[in-house]
Design a protein around this ligand. Structure first.
Ligand code: WTA
Length: 692
């Protein structure tokens, strides 16, 4: 039963309008989630878990929070923003006259690093541990807020010594080590704009991001530790910065590469360009006055898959973003900074790491665990061993990780003392009720509230979530919009659906941590998010409002796939595949996968005139998988690559992914009447049956 619910929750429908058009931008309609999701299945989920009185008695959040926000939304946000440290207090709250670009707290002046670090030292909290760092090989570091203060000041001076200053872009391509946090905060400290690129991205992806942002500096490491070996990073930076015939001038903006020595592996060196972090940073004075910036000064750019091929550089402001990050972290995770040990397992290369490792928790003075490695190195109990060792009280992870632990078996977590835990969070994709219940029982000992938090890189901070101590939770539902957030589920015409119905998730009022745009492309920002429903932010997700008015997220309704909580687009992988000399055409779909939520499945047509193509379909698949890995990164590698003679298209030439998804998920193929050639599906199935 629970599995059925999972299927329906994660079934991401979609029939792409075309292989390279953005449904939101091309004016085509997004796919109607109601046509693809068996909403009835959700009615089978009736369990509800009210907060324990003992938790509610001390929770940071109270029901009054919603009342305050309802009574006066702007006043609510003003109060939240006032909790930050401002160099100059703001008098304006919201200026929406230039919609969809908002200005929040526009005349205020502050600095993000001052809020995350200096303030704690200034107010006598310098001795509090900021990070318990755990390296994968077992090395550890304990860093207090005073230690972080010293490090960010040296790093800020180091960046300045390289000529990087306010408004300059800095690409950060590092493993999950303290220097990643220090580098981000040092950029913020001098008013430079960081663009963190997840270490799992390829040289080509890094190059594209460096180029789009015109970064002056790249901060990287020789390598990181992953699954017991050294994963090299610096060679990928070298490759990204190498002159290319295909893209002359690419990445020419980069003046220096600052390299952290992490693994000690041998590294090629470009004299004059490459510099060691320890040479540049450790020699600097530990005094630096933060660069005070306007609330709307860009804090960072973070690239995410767009529905068209090129990734979008989403950028966030300083004052509004920090307000959302700090408030949501305090009330959703119920942080008690003196006693809690908080651990968010995300990588700092994703928005979750930005908002819920670096900015939100540090502004709130949290003590955190920062772990470099994978959950199964050197054994499958590594995470639970860390929880036990550091007495972690608040734990935030993704459904794909939870499902992996379910597969490994509960005997593994049962072997550790997890009694310190008092609150659990989930993010990244819809959590199926079965995984939710397992998380609650096996990890949370049936006592920890679970917060299923829905949000996006675009939203900056959590938008829909239960409030612990206040909300009675339902397994699989993210429940209700946060105080101050106006979320709605609407139909095709943008009208709110009735309770019990499904539709598209939209946000109807601006909020402080909303993205301010797509770097360098205001028009794309407006048409991607604001065109579909007049004056509303369209998130790209389907949702259902149940009879109580609570929200159930149903997955993406566009061409975005969600693989292990990572966003990928069908088109970016198709582009990578057709760039290979053997491939004439490619169609990619996201198929439901028990562990990763969705998995990439590619259908490829091999060129008749290509040379050296192996006979064997598996050999072709292996070569193409390696090619995608190189082009985009390991996270985009297709699970299955199927060689076919044709892909199904409508009469107007659009690939019908819905039918391919049926094949990929071993289902009866749906309605083929709109196909230009209805025999195509038979040919695909026959070919697969004989050739697989
Ligand atoms: C999905 C990650 C259901 C959703 C913070 C969204 C979720 C996309 C949830 C954003 C959740 C994230 N329930 N779906 N609790 N959290 N999503 O930008 O499809 O990496 O649009 O941000 O992840 O992914 P992003």
């Amino acid at each position: 039963m629970a599995n059925d619910v999972h299927e329906s929750l994660t079934a991401v429908p979609a029939e792409s309008p075309s292989s390279n058009a953005d449904p939101a931008t091309a004016g085509d309609r997004p796919h109607d989630p109601r046509h693809h999701v068996t909403l009835e299945n959700l009615h089978t989920e009736r369990r509800s878990f009210p907060p324990l009185a003992s938790f509610a008695a001390h929770s940071n959040a109270t029901a009054f929070e919603y009342k305050k926000a309802e009574a006066d939304r702007l006043e609510y946000w003003k109060e939240a923003a006032r909790r930050l440290a401002w160099k100059q207090e703001f008098t304006e709250i919201l200026d929406w006259s230039d919609a969809p670009v908002a200005r929040w707290f526009g005349d205020g002046i502050l600095n993000a690093c001052d809020n995350a670090v200096d303030r704690h030292v200034r107010e006598g909290r310098g001795d509090r541990v900021a990070f318990h760092f755990v390296g994968e090989p077992g090395d550890t570091q304990t860093l207090t807020y005073a230690d972080m203060h010293e490090r960010v000041q040296r790093a800020a001076n180091g960046l300045l010594s390289l000529g990087v200053g306010k408004g300059d872009r800095v690409a950060i391509y590092l493993p999950q080590i303290p220097e990643a946090v220090v580098a981000m905060l040092a950029c913020a400290r001098i008013g430079a704009i960081h663009s963190v690129v997840f270490g799992g991205f390829s040289a080509a992806s890094l190059r594209q991001r460096i180029d789009d942002a015109q970064a002056r500096l790249v901060i990287t490491a020789d390598g990181g530790n992953r699954r017991g070996s050294h994963l090299a990073l610096k060679p990928l930076v070298d490759e990204a910065l190498a002159p290319s015939i295909a893209h002359p001038g690419f990445a020419a903006s980069v003046e220096h590469v600052l390299v952290v020595k992490r693994t000690g592996q041998p590294t090629e060196w470009t004299e004059g360009r490459d510099l060691w972090w320890h040479d540049v940073v450790d020699t600097q004075p530990a005094e630096h006055e933060p660069e005070w910036v306007d609330a709307e000064h860009p804090l960072f750019i973070l690239y995410t898959s767009g529905t068209t091929g090129a990734p979008k550089g989403l950028w966030h402001s300083t004052g509004g973003y920090l307000t959302g990050a700090a408030l949501t972290h305090r009330i959703v995770f119920d942080l008690k900074p003196d006693t809690d040990v908080y651990w968010c397992s995300a990588d700092v290369g994703w928005i979750t790491g930005h908002t819920y490792i670096v900015y939100g928790p540090m502004i709130n003075g949290a003590t955190q665990v920062l772990y470099e490695g994978t959950p199964d190195t050197p054994h499958q109990g590594r995470w639970w061993e860390i929880v036990q060792e550091y007495g972690v009280t608040i734990f935030y992870t993704a459904p794909t990780a939870i499902r992996t632990f379910m597969k490994w078996g509960e005997a593994i977590p049962d072997g550790f003392d997890l009694s310190s835990l008092r609150l659990l969070g989930s993010v990244g994709e819809p959590i199926n009720p079965e995984a939710w219940m397992w998380y609650r029982r096996v990890i949370g000992g049936d006592r920890c509230p679970i917060v299923d938090t829905w949000w996006q890189t675009e939203t900056g901070s959590i938008m829909i979530s239960p409030l612990p101590g206040v909300t009675a939770t339902k397994p699989g539902s993210a429940m209700t919009a946060m105080p101050g957030i106006a979320a709605e589920v609407v139909d095709d015409e943008g009208r709110p659906v009735r309770a019990g119905d499904g539709g598209y998730l939209v946000i109807t009022e601006p909020w402080p941590s909303m993205l301010r745009g797509i770097w360098g492309d205001r028009a794309r920002f407006a048409r991607t998010y604001w065109n579909r429903f007049d004056g509303m932010y369209f998130a790209g997700d389907g949702a259902k409002k149940d009879v109580d008015g609570d929200l159930w997220l149903l997955g993406r309704v566009d061409d975005v796939m969600n693989v292990s909580g990572h966003r990928l687009t069908t088109t970016e992988i198709e582009h990578a595949l057709v760039a290979h000399p053997w491939v004439a055409e490619a169609a990619v779909v996201g198929a439901t996968d028990a562990i990763t939520g969705q998995a990439v499945v590619a259908f490829v047509i091999v060129r008749g005139d290509a040379e050296g193509v192996p006979e064997d379909g598996e050999a072709i698949a292996d070569a193409l998988r390696a090619h995608v890995r190189k082009e985009i990164g390991p996270l985009a590698k297709p699970r299955d690559i199927l060689v076919v003679s044709e892909v199904p298209k409508t009469r107007s030439g659009k690939i019908m992914r819905r039918l391919l998804r049926d094949v990929a998920e071993n289902r009866e193929v749906g309605d083929v009447t709109t196909l230009a050639d209805s025999s195509v599906m038979d040919a695909i199935k026959d070919g697969l049956a004989s050739g697989r």
